[in-house]
Write a protein that binds this ligand. Structure first.
Ligand code: PBG
Length: 330
């Protein structure tokens, strides 16, 4: 007995009825080439050290970093983003600009290992290298000196470029950092080295586990330079500035609590947009999965799909290599 008056004529479920149909009509596809793996390398380390707050993530030795970068290339991901932890820290972050500094060494190692198979990016920020843990140099009163910091970023960009980096990733949220870095790179003959600008970087509790990853010595917070989570408009202002200053790509960070920002930035941007699924986002999934509360793989892939759907062309994620394997298997 049919009762057309009461049965739906339009049935969206038809497109959900089996895996082949769902796969055919999927609007968002995440590809390994979009994924960028953040990696930590520490000076004077004999063995890699697992991070308790980020299960599966290591502080690498130079040697283990090289091997892991080769694995990342074999997995077909898009790139790696390197963070260095020096043996010695000082007020101006000298190790960050030393040609023999850990990050410069690591860039050269990874580049020698993977060649052009990966985009080799490096964090361009002072916080890993300063004894006070801030992203810039300080004035006598303890405040972060924007313009003095720009001079250090310029030196750091050139040191990373000399080491062979493909793209620098300034993450310090200093005003004018993209223009300053672009000018320094161009002056030194590195016009082809790109800038992935941390454009909308929020002062976030989700960076928590990262502090363990880089042995951070920060006391206090970064609220005078990173954005207030309450604000969306200033992300668009930062976007306009970074693109005008010469950013080749822009980034929104963190990802999950800022998908609205990501969407707005993606809609307004004329350059590719990256999003960073940060340490705390990874740690939350890991912790819930370890307790048996969520399905680890499904949850990780769902977050990556959501970040791509919100407008990210590239995604920095600690899941990059593993997710590439999952995506390949389908
Ligand atoms: C700054 C920097 C941070 C992260 C990336 N670059 C820390 C911060 O700004 O406090 C966080 C990354 C993460 O949490 O995964 N050098």
């Amino acid at each position: 007995m049919s009762d057309p008056e009461n049965f739906p004529l339009v049935r969206p479920r038809r497109l959900r009825r089996n895996a082949a149909t769902r796969r055919m009509v999927a609007e968002t596809r995440v590809a390994p080439a979009q994924l960028i793996l953040p990696m930590f390398v520490k000076e004077v380390l004999r063995e890699p050290v697992p991070l308790s707050s980020m299960p599966g993530v290591l502080q690498h030795t130079r040697d283990s970093l090289r091997k892991a970068a080769a694995e990342a290339a074999a997995a077909g991901i898009g790139g790696v983003n390197l963070f260095g932890i020096p043996a010695e820290r000082d007020a101006v972050g000298s190790a960050g600009t030393d040609p023999d500094g850990i990050l410069q060494r690591a860039i050269a190692d990874v580049k020698a290992e993977v060649g052009e198979a990966l985009v080799v990016q490096a964090d361009l920020c002072l916080d890993e290298f300063t004894d006070h843990g801030h992203c810039g140099v300080l004035r006598a009163d303890g405040s972060v000196d924007n313009d003095a910091t720009l001079l250090r970023y310029q030196e750091m960009a050139v040191a990373q470029a000399r080491a062979g980096v493909d793209m620098v990733a300034p993450s310090g949220m200093m005003d004018g950092q993209v223009a300053a870095i672009r000018a320094a790179l161009d002056d030194e003959g590195f016009a082809d080295i790109g800038i992935l600008a941390y454009t909308a970087k929020y002062s976030s509790a989700f960076f928590g586990p990262f502090r363990e990853a880089v042995d951070s010595e920060l006391k206090g917070d970064r609220k005078t330079y990173q954005q207030d989570p309450a604000n969306a408009r200033e992300a668009l202002r930062e976007l306009r500035l970074d693109v005008a200053e010469g950013a080749d790509m822009v980034m929104v960070k963190p990802a999950m609590a800022y998908l609205d920002i990501l969407r707005r930035v993606a809609d307004a941007s004329e350059v590719p947009v990256a999003a960073y699924q940060v340490s705390g986002e990874y740690a939350m999934i890991e912790a819930a999965a370890a307790n048996g509360w969520i399905d680890r793989r499904a949850a990780a892939l769902e977050t990556l799909t959501g970040i791509a759907r919100a407008g990210a062309d590239a995604i920095l994620t600690y899941y990059a290599v593993e997710a590439a394997g999952w995506l390949r298997k389908g």
